[in-house]
Each structure stands twice: as C-alpha cells, then as structure tokens.
Design a protein around this ligand. Sequence first.
Ligand code: F6P
Length: 548
Amino acid sequence: MSHICDTEAWQLLKQHAANANNQHLRDLFANDPERFNTFSLKTQNILLDFSKNLITTEILTNLLTLAKEAGVEEKRERMFHGAKINTTENRAVLHTALRNRTNTPVFVDNENVMDAVNHELNRMKEFVNSVRKGRRRGYSGKRITDVVNIGIGGSDLGPRMVTQALKPYADDRINVHFVSNVDGVEIANVLRPLNPERVLFVVASKTFTTSETMTNAQTARNWLMSSAFDERAVAKHFVAVSSNTDAVKAFGISPDNTFQMWDWVGGRFSLWSVIGLPIALYLGFKQFEELLTGAHEMDIHFRDEPLEKNMPTLLALMGIWNSTFLGHTTQAILPYDWPLARFSAYLQQAEMESNGKSINKDGEPVAYTTVPVIWGALGIDGQHAFYQYLHQSNTIVPADFIGSVESSTPVRGHHENLMANFFAQTEALMNGIDPDEVRSNLSINNLSESEVERLTPHKVHSGNRPTNTILLQRLDPRTLGALIALYEHKIFVQGVIWEICSFDQWGVELGKTLAKQILPELIDKDTNELHDSSTFNLIEYFKSKRGT
Ligand code: F6P
C-alpha cells in the first residue's frame, strides 16, 4: 500500500529539511522584500503571517502538493457532507453542521441533521432567555444568578475558555463557574460562596458515564438537598447536556431539562452544540450566535478557498513542516490578549487528543512524527518566565503569537505597550543577535576587549526560530468563533496528511478502565488485585496511611 511518505513531494521536503540548517530567516528576509506579501493572507478579521517560518516558495509548493496528494480537498468535502470519516467509531464528524448558519441540508444515514440541530438550538435559546430574564427561578422563587458547569475535557475546556475570552461582552446577570476535577477541593471551593437557591447546575457529559463528572454531579445534588430538603428542587436547579438520555433519566433529570447532542459531535469539537449552554447563559444567546457565525464563516473559507489561499491549510502545513520535517517536538501558543489565557489549554486537548496518534488508517505504525506537544501561556507573562528558553536554549520551539489590533477592553496606554512586546518578540526570535552585533553593543560601554570576548557568547541569540503571527482585528465573539474554527480545520488537515484517525481517542480509555478497577480496591480493605509490585505497594501504602 502506498503512503504519503512514499510520494515525491515528501521526499523533496526531506531533502529541503536536510539543508534547512544552512539557511537563516534573516537572510531570507534580506533577499526578498516581498516575503511578507508572499507568505501572509487575510480572511474575515484575521491576518496570518507565516513568513517567519524557514520556508521558501519551493518548500511551500511541495507542502501544497503533499496536501493535494493526501486528498485534503476530497476529504474536506466528505467531512462537510456527513461521511463517516471517524472510521474506528463509524461516525460522521459534523461540528460544522452545528454552526451551519445558512442551513444547507447535511445528511447522515439519509437524515438531514439540520432539523435536529435547529430544534435543539431553539430549545437552548428559549431556556437561556427564561433564565436570564428571571422567568425560570430556583426552588424558593429567587432568580438564578450563578451557573455551575460540571463536565471535563471537551465538556469543560471549550465553554471555560470561551467565557473567559468573551468576559468583556458579558453583562452582570449571570456568573459562570466550572468544576471539572474529581479532586473535591475544586467543587468545595466553587460551592462555598454560592447560595443553593440561586444556582443552576449544567451537568455536561456526552456519555453521561464519565466518573469525574458523575461524582461531582452527585456532590452538587447532595449540596442542593442539604438546603432544599425536597427532591422536586432538582428539576429547578439541574439541567443535563448529553447524548445518553437513559443515563440522564436514571440520574433524575427529566427529558424537559435535557439538551441533546449527537454521536457525530466529538467532545473536543462540541462547544458549538448545547455544550455551549454556559456560554449562552453567560453572554446571552445573540452573542452565542455571533460565535457560531464567525466559525461558519471560517468553515466557508476552508471549504471553498483553494489550498494555497486557505488559512487553516497553510497553518497546518507550517506545523507539519516544523514538526515532521524539521523535527521540532513542541509548539507554543502565545496569546497577547489576556482574555485568551486558556486558549493554549483548549488547543492542547483539541490538537493532542486528535492527532496524538502513531497508527495510520490502515492500522500500521506511521514512520514519522505526528503532533508536537502543544503548550503555552499568555505571552507577556511568559516573557518573564520561559522566554529565555525560547530565545537561547538549544531546543527550537515554533510558536504561534496571537494578538489584536484593538483591545476588547481599552485602557489608555496599555495596548500599545502590550503590542510593542508582541512585535518585538517575533522579530527577535527571527533575527537574533550575531556575535559582531553583540561585540559592538558591548564596546559602547567601555569594556575591555577581554571582557567583551568573555561576555559575547552569553549574549549571542542565534535567532532563526520560526513563528506564526495571527493578528485579529478585535477579540469579539465572531472573531473568536473564526479563530477556533481556524485551528479545528488545521487539525483536520494535519490528520489527513499524517494519515491518522483524528476523531477517536482510544488512548484515554485505558487509564479510565484501570481507575474503575482500582477504585473498589481503595475502599475495600482486603482487595488489591494483581498489580505490578510498584502499583501494588503504592496502593498498600496509601491504604495503610489512611487506616482503611
Ligand atoms: O478525555 C476523554 C474524553 O472522552 C474527551 O474526549 C471528552 O471530551 C471527555 O472525555 C468528556 O467526556 P464526556 O463528555 O462523555 O463526559
């Protein structure tokens, strides 16, 4: 069977990569005044500058050929049309249908899913309005003021990231809180200041079997009961978001209070579905629709633009060039927009759970590196923490710098300061400072020649460190929707080229299964099933020190 790494484009790229060390970005810029224009593009309110990657037009042409040969165009079509491209679970992948604002029909098993999508969106809208306007109240007749989302992974990261990112667009009707961790410290801290009469719990779990979420939901219910003393209060204070209606019913939440999602929505792509309920409750339904619209506009761009003018494809190709061909094993996400503080954590799941795979679609091991470690933090804070490593360590970390032309909360004098750092960092990472520049800088300070020579190597910055710059007009709901969709489609394109199944997550199942097995062993004094000696003794130590 022929694979992507057997293609001519792949082989040519390997040769280019072998020569990459002989090139410096500084020279590529010096030799081509058009470099920015050649390697940048704009769509909606987003500018992507990928010119500070170690690429040439020839390399980009080969990367685009690779994307074509991998079938990105045809597979993109199949995804949008509801084909079952999640082949290990036999499911369609239709987060794009959730924000299909033009309502073009999308069929799965001969059924137009848009009917169900619109039905659920309408229910959501009605519910959001009734809570925000005070028509739906708590058991004692008081208004709901606080929403607590109980969920984990894709049922937490999206709404948590988006509500923080769009805080400047929220009014003060509803506060949102998130509980994901089964460590009781989190739920205890969240609930402590809240009044049970005013809290709405959203139990968000596609499967409704995830043990962390179920444990937290039970604790929340007990907390409510310790104040309401009446089971009927559950209907007023709990709603569920799930595709497992039977399990929701068994928990005691009625179908009226259950919002539906479907198996063709992957957890990490689900914020556009009813998983986005906390977003809509916090911001109002109109703003939620704006988020969907922004994502839909990016979908149209991704679906219709040729690969060479296609932002998600180009971003994906830069990633593949840096990781698979140049061998860089991590990728930093560095927002210079405080509201995007959780964006790297969000992308960590989206990218690493999707493409953290090493088996191809035919079940064979792949012969190359797939997704790098995705990590990051707010850029400004990072400058005073880990940027030393980015500039001068012997590990190259490709980085995406994300900033905005306008602040979503302007405060005089701040934004220019922030953005001066934003532009300075990518320039510094690209140019570096060579020994001659360091020497001439040092000699201004009247240092002796030997002192200059002693200090020079410590102050040299090699530069040549690749970055993408993503410049938004302003971080508003529509632009955020487009930004998230940009990365979602980047993930798709990369999965297609790496020939892996981006939409399953078997790797998270093993640990879950073992935890289920170990839980009764921690409670029951005498059982400690057959484990390796390390695990056995750790469990025994834990039990002996607790006295159970
Ligand atoms: O971490 C694995 C995972 O299956 C994610 O893909 C998912 O987002 C998360 O668990 C939560 O699952 P659920 O929504 O079913 O509780």
